[in-house]
Design a protein around this ligand. Structure first.
Ligand code: B12
Ligand code: SF4
Ligand code: SF4
Length: 345
């Protein structure tokens, strides 16, 4: 096929479906102006805290042409990951958010790479991005007509909800695709805003990362004491603003899990594992500086929130950390020891 020819949208949809992609849209490769100005505005206003990722270089993360020279189109895809929550085993169990239980990003990446190969055979080039610093996924998905921006900032697919990760293929192909924009589906609902434990949704579609527990758990360093109780027993991610969302309750369909899914991890295990074991356990996930201390720090907070005052094993471990050489972990352990005094069995 010559470079001047175009790819038919219907053919693309068919190929993508063969790779398991059920939700797909196409947009052009022009600059993502709104995302760019929002990235700068939120950095300026402090709402981005110390986030890197797409915030590191907004000129780059909002320009598909910089992501891939000669880009003409961006194919956006959404990949489902919903799995229902289950009850934990006894003991202090740490909770993992739904998107982090299996390797969903890798599943979408590999499906999009299948489409990329097909595009290549047709004579075009391209590159796949899934949760990559190179491009702002939600804005691309919105432009490609996959869904609307919820008040909790997530992209919701009509009739399916927000339990989807997003990714794209930036390509030199021109694709004849219908122009779609999904109208707002939130209406007067404010459930996510009410459900957020820290008031992190500061305006419709705007998250203050400083308050968002998802970032509080990932961010390196000491956890601001004002958020420690709200963290509960979370170790990675927060789902409250999506659990509360009516379209999610209505439409969520559990996905077929191919690899074992992990939802709970015993806090004491986290505190007793070696660095290597802990990092291996969270291999596919972003851990700041790949430093397992941040996971241990989260586990100390979880023990403080949930270990009973008579749990001698928890107390033994907390005391060991409290007298350890690591200042940050020691301070969190001391906080936890104080806090457990309120927890009766
Ligand atoms: C940095 C980041 C975070 C940060 C900051 C989030 C943020 N809101 O910016 C933290 C660590 C807090 C985070 C948390 C989560 N994240 Co995150 N995160 C990212 C990342 C890497 C970059 C996001 C970004 O650039 N934001 C820039 C800002 C400016 O964009 P925005 O917040 O979406 O703002 C838009 C709206 O405000 C909209 N807008 C403008 N005006 C108006 C007006 C109205 C009325 C409305 C409604 C909207 C609206 O325009 C803005 C620009 O596009 C992306 C991956 C990627 N490469 O894009 C994943 C991504 C956004 N995260 C994702 C997920 C799954 C999560 C969590 C659910 C994980 C969890 N369970 O803990 C939470 C959800 C928190 C939340 N409610 O947003 C998914 C979202 C999937 C989806 N369906 O939307 C993404 C796309 C990863 C992926 N590839 O799938 N994340
Ligand atoms: S992920 Fe949790 S803390 Fe962040 S905005 Fe949603 S409910 Fe609030
Ligand atoms: S909870 Fe309500 S307001 Fe929030 S994203 Fe869902 S539908 Fe929109």
């Amino acid at each position: 096929m010559s470079e001047s020819a175009t790819i038919e949208f219907e053919a693309l949809v068919e190929v993508a479906r063969n790779f398991g992609i059920e939700h797909l849209g196409v947009t052009d490769a022009s600059v993502l102006d709104r995302a760019r100005s929002e990235l700068y505005r939120r950095k300026e206003a402090g709402l981005a805290d110390t986030l890197g990722f797409t915030y590191r270089n907004p000129e780059r993360s909002t320009d598909p042409e910089r992501a891939y020279a000669g880009a003409k189109s961006v194919i956006a895809a959404a990949w489902p990951y919903y799995s229902p929550d289950t009850d934990p085993e006894p003991g202090v169990q740490m909770h993992i958010a739904k998107y982090a239980r299996t390797e969903v990003y890798e599943e979408l990446r590999s499906a999009l790479r299948g489409v990329q190969k097909w595009i290549k055979k047709a004579g075009y080039k391209g590159v796949v991005f899934v949760d990559d610093n190179s491009i702002v996924d939600r804005e691309v998905a919105w432009r490609a007509g996959l869904g609307w921006f919820g008040k909790n900032a997530n992209i919701l697919l009509p009739g399916a909800g927000s339990w989807f990760v997003l990714g794209c293929l930036v390509t030199t192909a021109e694709i004849k695709a219908p122009k779609r924009r999904i109208p707002d589906g939130c209406g007067t609902c404010v459930r996510c805003i009410e459900a957020c434990p820290t008031g992190a949704i500061v305006a419709d579609g705007v998250i203050d990362a400083r308050r968002c527990l998802s970032w509080v758990l990932q961010k390196p360093g000491s956890i601001d004491p004002q958020f420690r109780v709200a963290l509960g027993t979370r170790i990675y991610g927060c789902d409250d603003c999506q659990d509360a969302c009516p379209p999610n309750t209505r439409f969520a369909v559990p996905v077929q899990i191919k690899v074992p899914s992990r939802e709970w991890m015993p806090a004491l295990r986290v505190l007793e594992m070696s660095d290597e074991e802990l990092l291996k356990e969270f291999d596919a996930l972003y851990i700041a500086e790949r430093d397992p201390r941040w996971l241990r720090r989260n586990a100390l907070v979880a023990l403080g929130n949930a270990a009973s005052s008579s749990d001698s094993r928890a107390h033994e471990v907390l005391e060991r950390y409290a007298s350890g050489a690591d200042e940050i972990l020691s301070e969190h352990a001391l906080w936890a020891l104080q806090r457990t005094k309120r927890n009766t069995a």
